[in-house]
Write a protein that binds this ligand. Structure first.
Ligand code: ZN
Ligand code: ZN
Length: 129
């Protein structure tokens, strides 16, 4: 039993790495091809567990499904407003110090911020032309 769980986790993590910032549904589709006995519920539960334990990032974009990222280093993302594809952005990170220096007018304590870039991916850009 224990061994089976480990194997399931491994294959789910592999799916996470093979796909580009996938949703849980996309990971499930990938996993099913390689390991058909894994249930949808297991995939969702294991991905949630990865996020809790810090093995993966949970990306929450306004108005779209949660996506997962195996790259847990701090980095920014760009989201295609047309197809929803998410990609990494190489941009200098805002220093923790700068975030701490942010002040509001009513003593709100800032703990962090989310920066989201958006636009059109290569494929969607070409579609319009
Ligand atoms: Zn697109
Ligand atoms: Zn990423």
């Amino acid at each position: 039993m224990q061994e089976r769980q480990t194997k399931q986790k491994q294959i789910i993590y592999e799916g996470l790495q093979a796909l580009n910032h996938p949703t849980a549904t996309q990971v499930y589709a990938w996993v099913r091809e390689h390991y058909p006995t894994v249930s949808r519920a297991t995939v969702f539960r294991v991905l949630g567990g990865f996020a809790l334990s810090g093995q993966a990032l949970e990306l929450r974009f306004a108005g779209s499904e949660v996506r997962y990222d195996y790259n847990t280093h701090a980095h920014y993302h760009a989201r295609c407003v047309h197809c929803g594809k998410v990609t990494d952005v190489s941009a200098p990170l805002i220093e923790q110090e700068s975030i701490k220096s942010v002040r509001t007018h009513d003593e709100f304590e800032i703990e962090g911020c989310v920066i989201e870039f958006y636009g059109r991916c290569k494929e969607c850009k070409e579609e319009i032309v």
